[in-house]
Design a protein around this ligand. Structure first.
Ligand SMILES: CC(C)(COP(=O)(O)OP(=O)(O)OC[C@H]1O[C@@H](n2cnc3c(N)ncnc32)[C@H](O)[C@@H]1OP(=O)(O)O)[C@@H](O)C(=O)NCCC(=O)NCCS
Length: 288
């Protein structure tokens, strides 16, 4: 298993620049330059690397920030980039980097880290929400405007901003030695969950968003997203865009009504994998 190191030298930052080019190919304008990374590393931020021997195969970058409470601003950590070399993805490196970040933030005495991700990326959702225990009730439409790298080109940059409550039971249990196993759809079926919508599977193997969705009313609600949005963008960009606009409306409505995203079910039981977010009303489920 690759090892994790704290990075602080100019040579290491050059390796981070190069790995960013591999993970987000196509535009140097979207790469964080070494001098910014050095500034983060020397001022309470974190630049972590995962190494296979001497080869950098994973990176994590974050910096200190503030969030607002009624009695004034409080410190938090803004996690900004997590990237794994394409040949090393799905092998637990992303999780290991976030776990190391969690340990370091606890030492810094912080209670909150936030970051953003594209809500239609099922793998990122599984990692952030299910494995790491982050939650989300903040939808930011087209947050970054147009991005020019190969993963984002041509698509509105809508993002979930997630909250990662470092000292919560929810997060500690997921990052502990014996983490909670991921739940399956069946588990939620017995919990009386309201299906706001499921996509329509078509003979071409793609899943299309429906025309409309039910208004959320129960304490738990289920909504589908594409299980491989990157592949869908390559296969049928117009359909991918339809998912973007449809899910924007769903999440904006649900968050406005007091729902939070608390889980993602990645269901591999059928011919085609399907992905479903679980939304819970209020904060009742956060200590599970
Ligand atoms: C997203 C990324 C950082 C994750 O790192 P990683 O090392 O590949 O992730 P991990 O192996 O730790 O975890 C991935 C999990 O998603 C699961 N997964 C894979 N494909 C999935 C899918 N389509 N839907 C849901 N889950 C999926 C894996 O099984 C694994 O879960 P498990 O550990 O419970 O089995 C990495 O894939 C990456 O660099 N992607 C491109 C850049 C990016 O999107 N960066 C994040 C935004 S800045």
């Amino acid at each position: 298993m690759p090892t994790i190191r704290i990075l602080e030298t100019p040579e290491e930052m050059t390796q981070v620049e190069n790995l960013q080019r591999l993970v987000w190919p196509g535009s140097d304008a979207e790469i964080l330059p070494g001098h910014i990374l050095m500034t983060f590393a020397h001022n309470g931020g974190l630049v972590l690397g995962s190494y296979d021997g001497e080869k950098l195969v994973g990176l994590l970058v974050g910096f200190p920030g503030l969030y607002s409470l009624p009695d004034g601003p409080q410190p938090k950590h803004c996690s900004h980039e997590l990237g794994v070399h394409p040949d090393y993805q799905n092998a637990g490196i992303g999780f290991a980097l976030k776990r190391a970040q969690w340990q370091m933030l606890r030492k810094q005495g912080l209670s909150l880290a936030t970051w953003t991700y594209d809500p239609l990326l099922s793998r990122n959702a599984h990692l952030n929400i299910t494995r790491l225990g982050a939650i989300c009730n903040t939808y930011l439409p087209n947050l970054y405007g147009p991005l020019r790298d190969g993963l984002n080109l041509g698509m509105e940059t809508d993002r979930f901003q997630v909250d990662w409550w470092i000292n919560s039971r929810r997060v500690s249990r997921r990052l502990g030695r014996r983490p909670r196993p991921s739940l399956a759809l069946d588990h939620y079926a017995t919990a009386n969950i309201q299906t706001l919508y499921r996509g329509n599977a078509t003979p071409d193997g793609l899943v299309r968003p429906p025309e409309n969705f039910s208004t959320p009313q129960d304490s738990l609600a289920l909504v589908e997203i594409p299980s491989d949005f990157m592949a869908l963008k390559r296969q049928d960009f117009a359909l991918a865009r339809a998912w973007r606009l449809f899910s924007r409306e769903v999440f904006t409505t649900c968050f406005g009504q007091g729902y939070l995203v608390t889980d993602l079910i990645f269901d591999r039981s059928g011919d085609t994998p399907r992905s479903f977010y679980i939304l819970a009303h209020g904060e009742s489920t956060l200590s599970d």
